[in-house]
Design a protein. Structure first.
Length: 483
């Protein structure tokens, strides 16, 4: 390697780790890599408990339709909000949110990314601890109160070690595990049906329905849409490594959207046939499938959770390193800071975390539906798919996205309006709803309201005041607009 090549490699590493834009020729991920990374991200024990949550509301037939439909609707919004920007400019979601929130206001995106990835990672580590505990139980070792937390914390430390080289191990680990864990989900599904019988599955009632089919159906859709909207925190970190949006589109749709659906179906059927499990296979694999199959499947679940947590930790660290104080630290140090809260929560508050999974799902819809609505309107309608990349990384008044002291007040007002619409329709803690939730869900109106308020505010406040670079976009020549 020449000195020039060595310098170029260092620049590429800095771009990957610090969230700088990746040039198209420096994006090494193929469509299969995007697909395998997406599958490894999507298929983990969280899918099983998502499906288990749906089993509270719907039986197998309508639950299956709701899971597939909700997955596709949720991934549609992610594809529109995240994929074009990150693929075109090689940036992650934090950088991509600066035109909507402002240079300093994008710190809110860091909070959202960190909260979502931290939440999912905590659940992964808790469920990893439950899987290891179940494996030991299969060997006759009785469960102890400290086991789940201790093994979950160890899993988090394993992720820290694997992530020490940045994106390299994310790609390698994902390719190794993706097809195996997807197959495991199907095998568990087949095992459940073969043991209990098809008639038992079809006739199994919902565990705790509301009693109104419209509300039960929409509640199930809501769970899957909200779950898939959480890919807002992950998608940019993956597709920025791909040379084009076209190359990433179907790998993301199938790898993130439908993969969640397949994994969730296993949780749905498990929740219906094993009502006390809540869809979590760690609670029944050894008893239903026998020691050999059960322990083998649990080992794969442990590996799958590590692979998914690896992607989440990478995404949260990339976002975290856009804070100036964190960027001064080494990659390993900043990764440690990103993962440490997950170690604490999984290690010492495992029971509390697991008992509040529904609240976490509510947070996902509450947070990411408004953001998706704002970004879709801003990028496609107001900016005509054009951003000023230099302004994304200019942290002063010279940036087109400086607005008012680095904050786009219109963006935050729109976000609050979306949150208010969501809260009016659905209580994310109790899941009690108001009309017309049973026809609309809460996430879709939140997305629409936030996008509409953002369009009105931008059109009648930011554009007349010359804020946000919209004037330059609309006055650009036809030749410039084609670039």
């Amino acid at each position: 390697m020449t000195k020039h090549d060595d310098i170029a490699a260092q620049v590429d590493t800095q771009a990957l780790q610090d969230g700088l834009p990746l040039p198209r020729e420096k994006r090494p991920w193929s469509p299969f890599t995007i697909f395998s990374t997406s599958v490894a991200t999507a298929i983990a024990t969280w899918c099983f408990i998502i499906g288990g949550f749906v089993s509270y509301f719907l039986p197998a037939g309508t639950g299956t339709l709701a899971i597939v439909a909700g997955s596709l609707v949720g991934i549609l919004f992610i594809v529109l909000a995240c994929l074009p920007v990150s693929s075109k400019y090689g940036v992650d979601v934090v950088a991509a949110s600066k035109p909507q929130l402002g240079i300093r206001g994008s710190g809110f995106s860091i909070l959202l990314v960190y909260s979502a990835t931290l939440g999912w990672n905590v659940y992964l580590f808790v469920l990893l601890g439950r899987a290891v505990t179940a494996i030991l139980g299969g060997f006759g070792i009785p469960e102890q109160p400290w086991m789940v937390g201790a093994f979950g914390a160890v899993g988090a430390l394993v992720v820290l070690v694997l992530l020490r080289n940045g994106a390299t191990n994310v790609r390698k680990f994902a390719v190794t595990l993706s097809l195996a864990v997807l197959g495991l989900s199907l095998v568990i599904m087949i095992m459940l049906i073969s043991v209990a019988g098809w008639d038992a599955l079809v006739s199994a009632p919902a565990v705790a329905p509301w009693g109104d089919f419209a509300i039960d159906w929409t509640s199930s859709l809501e769970v899957l849409i909200a779950s898939n909207l959480s890919w807002w925190a992950y998608t940019g970190a993956m597709v920025r490594n791909s040379p084009s949006a076209r190359a990433s589109l179907w790998p993301v749709v199938f790898g993130l959207g439908l993969a969640v659906g397949i994994g969730s179906l296993t949780g749905l059927y498990g929740g219906l046939l094993q009502p006390d499990s809540g869809g979590d296979p760690t609670q029944y694999l050894v008893d239903v499938g026998g020691p050999v199959f059960g322990i083998t499947a649990l080992v794969f679940i442990v590996l799958a959770n590590i692979g998914t947590a690896l992607v989440g930790a990478y995404a949260s660290t990339i976002a975290f390193r856009q804070l100036r104080v964190v960027k001064k630290l080494t990659w390993v140090q900043s990764t440690l800071i990103a993962i440490l809260p997950a170690v604490i929560l999984a290690g010492f508050f495992a029971d509390f975390v697991f008992a509040n999974f529904g609240v976490f799902l509510g947070f996902l819809g509450l947070a990411f539906a408004p953001m998706c609505g704002i970004q879709i309107v801003d990028y496609f309608i107001l900016r005509h798919q054009r951003l000023d990349v230099a302004s994304l990384y200019t942290h002063d008044r010279r940036s087109q996205y400086w607005y008012w002291g680095g904050f786009n007040l219109v963006g935050f007002v729109a976000f609050i309006a979306g949150v208010a619409a969501y809260l009016y329709l659905l209580d994310p803690i109790s899941y009690e709803s108001r009309p017309p939730f049973q026809y609309t869900t809460a996430t879709i109106p939140a997305l629409i309201v936030a996008g509409l308020v953002y369009w009105i505010g931008s059109r009648f406040v930011n554009v007349p005041l010359g804020k946000g670079g919209y004037t330059r976009v609309h006055s650009a020549s036809p030749v410039d607009q084609k670039r």
